[in-house]
Design a protein around this ligand. Structure first.
Ligand code: AMP
Length: 203
């Protein structure tokens, strides 16, 4: 009888976690290209809704411009609508969950489709570096929520509402911490090496 081989990286189901500016979007895109894991970013989904002028986009715009979290029930409904197809692939959530309520809802939704998370990857970057990166991004991309005042607010909200999500996961899932204050390619190598060590949960 042949032993089952290691699960391909494409099959892993991960949350990419970290403060605003830690490089989640960049790394998730590179991971998707490298492994085939599906990348789902709530911020990108919401920005696309705004660009298309949908009712949802209008509803979330004010929160985003102020650097505040969109209410949990709205985000949870958005994610529920984007989970179709995820039972067939691995995936990386980027920017979600951002509150413990979202994390609980995500667990229920993934359990319902028989695809629980395998692990959490945390990108760690010092606060001063994050602020410099976000203000640089404001100039480069013109994002409405990267002004000095909203950057500070987003950092505070991260500490208060989002950091506790890691405590929620700490007793439930493997958590790997990656030094994100390095060149993009080095961070990617570290993430690939670390996630390769996460054992996928049986489905
Ligand atoms: P991001 O691109 O991930 O930094 O998200 C941009 C903005 O979208 C955030 O500042 C929030 O206003 C909103 N947003 C994105 N994801 C979430 C989430 N999981 N919960 C609440 N608000 C979110």
């Amino acid at each position: 009888m042949t032993e089952p081989g290691p699960m391909p990286a494409s099959g892993r189901r991960l949350v990419l976690f970290g403060p605003p500016g830690s490089g989640k979007g960049t790394q998730a895109q590179l991971l998707e290209a490298r492994t085939g894991q599906h990348h789902l970013a709530t911020g990108d989904i919401l920005r696309a809704e705004r660009a298309q002028g949908t009712a949802l986009g209008a509803r979330v715009g004010g929160y985003m411009d102020r650097g505040e979290l969109v209410p949990d029930e709205v985000i949870i409904a958005v994610m529920a609508a984007h989970l179709q197809g995820l039972e067939r692939t691995g995936f990386i959530f980027d920017g979600f969950p951002r509150t413990v309520a979202q994390a609980r809802a995500l667990d229920s939704m993934l359990t319902a489709i028989g695809r629980p998370l395998d692990g959490v990857v945390v990108l760690e970057v010092p606060m001063g570096v994050l602020e410099t990166r976000l203000l640089g991004r404001a100039e480069a991309e013109g994002r409405s929520d990267d002004t000095p005042e909203t950057v500070r607010k987003r950092m505070r909200i991260y500490q208060e509402a989002t950091a506790p999500v890691l405590d929620y996961y700490s007793s439930r899932l493997p958590i790997v911490r990656i030094d994100g204050d390095r060149p993009v390619s080095e961070v990617l190598s570290a993430v690939l090496a670390a996630t390769g060590g996460i054992t996928p949960r049986p489905v």
